[in-house]
Design a protein around this ligand. Structure first.
Ligand code: GDP
Length: 317
């Protein structure tokens, strides 16, 4: 099947400073793409339609990978729902509108596995979207993301735009957010075990009961999947991107413990929320197209920790 995109294609990656966007820029550059377009928040506020339209008219992207958004872990989502809703609703609406107006040839929109219903049958198939109530700790984010994802379908239906969407699972890797109040679990645990080791402490607090199950994928695998989908996928249905394997938070914490601070013990802080009990994607659709992840969790945590050690002075903490 492999189709090859012209390496001169002007591709806009929104959100290029975040975990996914920065990895995507690196990956596309390595694949030979020379005309990658990015814009910082100071250059264009993606919540402002006028600014976004002006930027698109000037930069003339032919393709867009829309990654930008206000994101965060369970605590940030649960405590700032108004901001998560507003920022994400606006950012998705403006970018899709500008892409349509500008006649962008293809747009890839990234959803998130947290937008499936809270009590979704596992593993979660693409058609389970909008079949039940959402998890309350990230409802605002999920509603905004669903709106963006459905908008891709509407632009496709009404205007014939080649807008596609993919649904990545929980991601991790270099350049993640390591700020304990805002981060997701994996970078938080790397940082907590690292700091406990430095401080000579043997107890590390893990939020919740440790029982919830999560699927984790290295961001390099997601970047590879994005390029694969840009080259090989052009259908209305969203497509899950994950490993198809999950672990409990307790198992994850134990893996991080062994890699970062083997002498430590886990202490579960049940005053913190567990969130969704399980979020495992059914990845048979993307496997059937011929794509599979390559980085297993253990090696991914080891390489992310190596990156953390090399950049500990610069990481977002
Ligand atoms: P979620 O997947 O949207 O629930 O987001 P998170 O990655 O923030 O949390 C996943 C699970 O890990 C939840 O059950 C958290 O309570 C749990 N967890 C355990 N320790 C931590 C921690 O230090 N930080 C975060 N963010 N979550 C933690």
């Amino acid at each position: 099947m492999p189709n090859t995109l012209d390496r001169q294609t002007r591709i806009y990656i929104s959100g290029h400073r975040g975990l996914v966007g920065s990895t995507l820029v690196e990956r596309l550059r390595a694949a030979g793409f020379e005309n990658l377009l990015t814009a910082t928040r100071a250059e264009v506020d993606l919540r402002d339609q006028g600014a976004v339209d002006a930027w698109f008219a000037d930069a003339r992207p032919q393709m867009v990978v829309h990654v930008a958004g206000t994101v965060g872990g369970i605590q940030a989502n649960a405590t700032r729902p108004a901001d998560f809703m507003y920022d994400n609703l606006m950012i998705h609406a403006t970018v899709l509108r500008a892409a349509w107006r500008q006649g962008v040839e293809k747009l890839l929109y990234l959803g998130s596995s947290c937008i499936y219903p809270r009590d979704c049958p596992q593993p979660m198939r693409e058609e389970y979207l909008l079949t039940g109530p959402l998890e309350t700790t990230n409802e605002a984010y999920a509603l905004a993301k669903i709106t963006g994802l459905k908008s891709c379908e509407y632009y496709r239906g009404q205007y014939g735009c080649h807008f596609i969407s993919a649904m990545p699972t929980n991601l991790y890797g270099p350049r993640d957010n390591f700020d304990l109040a805002g981060s997701h679990v994996l970078p938080a645990l790397i940082r907590k075990f690292h700091e406990a080791r430095l401080a000579g402490q043997t107890e590390v607090s893990v939020w919740g009961t440790g029982a919830p199950k999560r699927e984790f994928m290295h961001v390099d695998d997601l970047a590879a999947a994005c390029l694969f989908l840009l080259e090989n996928y052009d259908r209305c249905e969203t497509i899950n991107v994950g490993t198809g394997q999950d672990v409990t938070i307790g198992e994850l914490a134990d893996l991080v413990r062994k890699i970062v601070h083997p002498e430590a013990q886990l202490v579960f802080d049940t005053s913190k929320p567990d969130g969704t009990p399980r979020k495992l994607l059914d990845v048979s659709r993307i496997h059937a197209l011929g794509w599979k992840h390559t980085i297993e969790l253990h090696e991914g945590i080891e390489s992310t920790y190596r990156w953390f050690l090399e950049h500990v002075d610069q990481v977002r903490v």
